[in-house]
Design a protein around this ligand. Sequence first.
Ligand code: MG
Length: 203
Amino acid sequence: MKFICIGRNYAEHIAELQHAPPSEPVFFMKPESAITRCNRPFFIPDFSKEVHYETEVIVKINRLGRSIQERFAHRYYDEIGLGVDFTARDLQRKCIQEGEPWEIAKAFDGSAVVGSFFPKEELPDAQDLHFHLLLNGQKVQCGHTRDMLFSIDKIIAYVSRFVMLKMGDIIFTGTPVGVGAVHINDHLQGFLEERKAFDFKVK
Ligand code: MG
């Protein structure tokens, strides 16, 4: 499996990082080895001094597809969850400045926290979902999927023009405003429509 991650999908987050809004979805990938699951701790890597949390709605692909039409994209996932796209912001800034790929900042071991998934039919419409992150009990990120620049179906259609989607692939759909650094012993809890999707410590 692979992780496909969308960058710059919420206007206020784009503004906080002082980027320009994209005209097409921006995506990058993480390998399977990036996964952190089952509320295991996240370990801050030694190569970064500024690792940020990015809370994101995640979608699990349930069948093989390429060049999927947007109107059929909803058939390619039946579970929605919440995860964290951990990002070595200091390294990412350097990559962007130097015009280099983002992998060292995004694809490192443990950087893709996968929380619980919930069946689509138990949730409101995919573009009508609230989610939030508590950092040490304080709400630091709060998003709504209606604010995505590119909807989940649009993302699936766009990405599958370039990369075949396979069963078990997970799409991270972008983070809202409020990203910030994590520190040792931080406690992160994520909620999707008030359902707890992850609960873990930073080590
Ligand atoms: Mg992200």
